[in-house]
Design a protein around this ligand. Sequence first.
Ligand code: NAD
Length: 416
Amino acid sequence: MEINPYDVATKQIEIVAKELGLDRNTTEYLKRIERALIVSIPITMDNGTVQIFEGYRVHHSTVRGPGKGGIRFSPDVNLDEVKALATWMTWKSSLLNLPLGGAKGGVRVDPRKLSMKELERLTRRYTAEIINIIGPDIDIPAPDVNTNAQVMAWIMDVYSMQKGRSIPGVVTGKPIEIGGSVGREPATGMGLYFVLKALCEKLDCKLKDQSIVIQGFGNVGGTIAELLYKDGCKILAVSDISTGIYYKDGLDIEKLLEYVKKGKYLKDYPNDNYKHISNDELLTSKCDVLIPAAIENQITEKNADKIDCKIVLEGANGPTTPEADNILFSKGIKVVPDILANSGGVCVSYFEYIQDIHSYFWKLERINQELERIILEAFEETYRISVERNISLRTAAYIIAVERVAKAIKLRGFFP
Ligand code: NAD
């Protein structure tokens, strides 16, 4: 049976509510989303036919600030997945103590089957459909799976045209030329890198000696692969949707990145030494650090027992189910949860947002320094609580994040 990510997200709230002794009313409220919009997106295809796609935008919580979260284009997107992703965004913003809430969006489409012009029409119409619930003070979208800076540029353009002036602060992850921030594109991978380095120090091991396996070779997986490769780590395996590839002496990440950046798939990469493996085989390959950086529900009770690493660093959102989490914890594997590990993206998105509002742009050095400071503060606090209470890093991170949101709800009270 398919695992419903929203069930996972609500189960995680129940676990932490128990740990925190949170009252029933607040717990039930946190399990709900504030609002969800489902839209139909009719698009005239290049061949003159009309196809109708379904899109979503969900606000889980705006109690601590405007909603924040990416937009995903994928044939598998559904409302429950977007609700789960919006919920995780709330915890991520809160864990970093950013004045933002949690939101997410998606369109049920396989963008690989669209021409550039069709993709643009789809993005523009989707934006027009959700325009009343996005905006710099309401909800600020960003890129996620299969969306990028160009898609953000189209969203900003539609929004600005409707309002009659340029409003760059409506989205983050934009091209730099129209109000984007330096350092935003690699920010999630950069955050993963800072956290992994800090964890290695705690565990008394050298980062450069770690062997690495990465699922997903897009923005997040590709960036962390490059950073670790440059540091001297051996990257044993990477994968995209087409295949996984493995080489016991370590893959040449620079060449692989050059290849996929041309829009090509790993299954076609020409190298006889590289063994092709399935995504399932990749996840259970022996390594020091496993980095799931593709989609949800990859480590489940079916394969958790076979996971053979010291650290799981969650680049993707929701890659591990609660049942798998328990198994990994009992095996002594340190799981750095998504809301901490991949929070570099939302952190630099926040920097982009404030740069847009102030119309004053920072240098890359400042971006990376502030990112490191903020993400490491959250890491240190999470690590401390996990050691003090002998709980997983995930439960510790949730304690910090959920408690902040619960306090904000209490202070604001229920309207009317
Ligand atoms: P992306 O589209 O750039 O890359 C996704 C990668 O995963 C690609 O290599 C793709 O081929 C692969 N993939 C997709 N579906 C797959 C499947 N079913 N099985 C195996 N591989 C598959 O996306 P991204 O921005 O790198 O996002 C990856 C993950 O990281 C997502 O869970 C996303 O929510 C999360 N995330 C992204 C950001 C960000 O800033 N982009 C921030 C935080 C979290």
